[in-house]
Write a protein that binds this ligand. Structure first.
Ligand code: PLP
Length: 415
């Protein structure tokens, strides 16, 4: 099952950092192919969170004593690590949110209500995760006169740039909010081109990088992204922390979303004044321990190298594209030219849920359902959902082979 050292990428060595991967499930080796939903954690992340609690824990930004100052320093070091990871121009452009979902809701409330104007529209694509769809529905339905428009997806599962162009040409788009990588199809969208098109039309652009930031090097300055979000738990970090990157000039213009401690300058019984970004958007006690876990996760992937991770995953994708189509009765959703390690598929003989249960009996974890992307499943004619295998930096070709073998077995079993 181990692929050993191929192309200088020592996947067997990397797997040793993830204690959970060495355990068995139902008497078989665990084959974890659901990293797109949430990734497993390396020991380095656990150690960093433990060290925070054992040696440097106190509330941040408030205590005038050594331990709180140390915790604050470490918290701001985590922000700096994320800045470096995204190549943001300054640390003040990094806002810690609870998740990608929280980060997008923050933008929808704050930028959506405070900066967008009545009569403007937000464009979203047909392949968005619900996290980058529902907040915009809620904004549209809030009675402020802000509309929505749809960017179509081609049959191959790529963003239809002609459709984007046509929508932008209407001249009323305030924000384009699109995924940087589909959590269903693995499609990587041409983010720099999308940003250019949006900016030429006078619109801002938000990228949902929940999947992309895990698999590709992201440079928000090179992309010229106005907003970029990702979530810690998919990047081998903890749950409970996500990141909103936004250009400083935008954050300066945005009102706060949540009110409470830490986001103010002064408070009287009559009112308050806002703090500068990023604290303006971080009301309440932040995810202090999780930030240390996220910092360790960022340092972990940087130590392996995002280019090396991407190259490893490209080999896995190529391998999967060789072995999965050979499984009789299997259809893979989408056929994008540029895709990452996420495959959704349907097997003629079995409902996705039954398939998932069957694979579980073989120790293989996949996702079944609509993967929080109902409109995309409807668009592709898979209203009933699909099964999904998603890869991480620890996935091996042997695991892809195990999936293909179990799918063949499942077809015989259900036929
Ligand atoms: C593309 C995409 N966007 C957003 C999310 C939401 O992430 P979270 O649940 O961490 O907020 C996910 C998670 O599945 C995702 O895949």
């Amino acid at each position: 099952m181990m692929d050993g050292i191929a192309h200088g990428y020592d996947v067997a060595r990397i797997r040793q950092d993830f204690p959970i991967l060495s355990q068995g499930v139902r008497g078989r080796p665990l084959v974890f192919l659901d990293s797109g939903a949430s990734a497993q954690k390396p020991r380095q992340v656990m150690d960093a969170m433990r060290a925070c609690m054992e040696t440097a824990y106190a509330n941040v930004h408030r205590g005038a004593y050594h331990l709180s100052e140390l915790a604050t320093e470490n918290h701001e070091a985590a922000r700096e690590a994320v800045r470096r990871f995204l190549n943001a121009a300054r640390a003040e452009e990094i806002v810690f949110a609870g998740s990608s979902t929280n980060a997008i809701n923050l933008v929808a409330h704050s930028f959506g209500r405070g900066v967008l104007k009545a009569g403007q529209r937000v464009l979203v694509s047909e392949m968005e995760h619900h996290a980058n769809l529902i907040p915009w529905h809620m904004l549209r339905d809030s009675g402020l006169g802000i509309g929505m428009g749809v960017i179509r997806v081609t049959d191959a599962g790529e963003l239809d740039l002609d459709s984007l162009r046509a929508e932008l040409a209407k001249g009323d788009v305030g924000l384009v909010a699109v995924t940087h990588m589909s959590n269903v199809l693995g499609t990587v969208t041409p983010a720099a081109a999308i940003a250019r098109m949006a900016h030429e039309a006078g619109a801002r652009v938000l990228f949902d990088g929940s999947q992309a930031a895990v698999h590709r090097r992201v440079d928000v300055q090179a992309l010229d992204a106005d907003f970029y979000v990702f979530t810690g738990h998919k990047l081998y970090g903890p749950t409970g922390i996500g990141v909103l990157y936004a250009k400083h000039e935008l954050l300066k213009a945005m009102p706060p979303f949540l009110g409470g401690g830490d986001m103010i300058n002064t408070v009287t019984m009559d009112g308050f004044t806002w703090a500068e970004p990023p604290l303006r958007f971080e009301a309440g006690t932040p995810p202090i321990i999780e930030a240390q876990g996220l910092k360790a996760a960022v340092e972990y992937v940087e130590a392996i190298g995002m280019e090396a991770i991407e190259a490893h995953e490209r080999r896995l994708v190529e391998h999967a594209m060789r072995v999965l189509p050979e499984v009789e009765g299997l259809s893979i959703l989408g056929a994008a030219q540029d895709r990452g390690g996420v495959f959704s598929f349907a097997l003629d003989a079995a409902h996705p849920h039954d398939l998932s249960t069957f694979l579980d009996s073989r120790g293989i974890c996949i996702r079944a359902g609509r993967h929080c992307a109902e409109p995309l499943h409807a668009r592709l004619g898979h209203e009933g959902g699909s099964a999904r295998a998603s890869f991480g930096l620890y996935t091996t070709e042997g695991e892809v082979d195990a999936l293909a073998g179990a799918l063949r077995e499942a077809r015989r079993f259900f036929a």
